[in-house]
Design a protein around this ligand. Sequence first.
Ligand SMILES: Cc1cc2nc3c(=O)[nH]c(=O)nc-3n(C[C@H](O)[C@H](O)[C@H](O)COP(=O)(O)O)c2cc1C
Length: 344
Amino acid sequence: MTPAPGSSGGLMETRKRRHIDVCLGEAVEYQTVSTGFERYRLPYNALTQTDLGAIDLSGEFLGTRLRAPVLIGAMTGGAELSATINRNLAQAAQQLGIGMMLGSQRIMLDNDSASESFRVRDVAPDVLLIGNIGLAQLSASMAPALIDALDRVNANALAVHTNPLQEAMQHKGDTDFSGSIARLRDVAGTIGYPVMLKEVGHGIGAAAAAELADCPIAAVDVAGAGGTSWARVEQFVRFGEIRYPALAEWGIPTAQALLEVRRALPGVPLVASGGIRTGMDAAKALALGADVVSVARPLLAPAIESPAAVVDWLELFIDELLICLHGCGAADLTELREGGVTPL
Ligand SMILES: Cc1cc2nc3c(=O)[nH]c(=O)nc-3n(C[C@H](O)[C@H](O)[C@H](O)COP(=O)(O)O)c2cc1C
């Protein structure tokens, strides 16, 4: 059943479609803020003793083996085009042995037919598949429906996105975040799926990480500033232009967010995302303490095209990462981390 145009499912579906269109057609990346990775250099070693063909990028994240430390970022679901996008992304993830996050499954909670656009397990049987829901909407009473939504897509874990700035920019966004830490703690401790907290491109930093010290979360995706600015996306969706330029450029740069969260939560698995665009960005993020990296918007256009287009983009990215390890004499990710980075 397709949701009626005026229903909450219909509105959400329209909004998802607008997000895709704006992300494809407008200048949605930060204009003045960068990730900060350009302030670091990987230590190049002219006397590397590695064999490029033998470098091992594999590792484990949230209990699943990955051939490379890369996740496809959370993007979409619910809109008509989303099924194509998700299936193409999932096939690419399966082929490359990497992980994938689904977009927000909120639409699945009150619209049965939306489930179809999240169904990817048949084409991605071995992939680390991470479901998604917004912190602003999260509540203990929603847990049974959420568990059902995760069961139906056969997810391995749940990402909860916290996005106060995005919601504040959105027409009729959810702007009441009071009590959200307690609700996160409640749901994360009882839902029976590993829970990862993520931002959407404005960054989780020291203050937020400090709140997580006694929260039963399995991982954090810092989703910092320097790539897609969701305060820009929402302004284009709402006004067709940027009316709050300062808010559009607000966030914790990804490299800084990574360092702050790593310091506050030394043992928690970390995803570096937000503006990760090259294998070199990935190598620096991993050397700075990330366990894996994630890429979202650059994969949107390839995902509309075909699984092969997604694979092409990611193969270049992963090849560059491999060469980075080779060039600094690291045979695997442990050695890359041991080598660290040089601040410029
Ligand atoms: C089209 C699109 C839709 C997105 N939808 C979601 C979503 O539903 N849930 C979520 O947690 N993040 C969502 N994101 C945010 C990304 O997961 C990511 O955190 C953000 O875009 C920053 O990464 P990037 O600079 O690589 O794009 C979306 C991103 C894009 C491009």
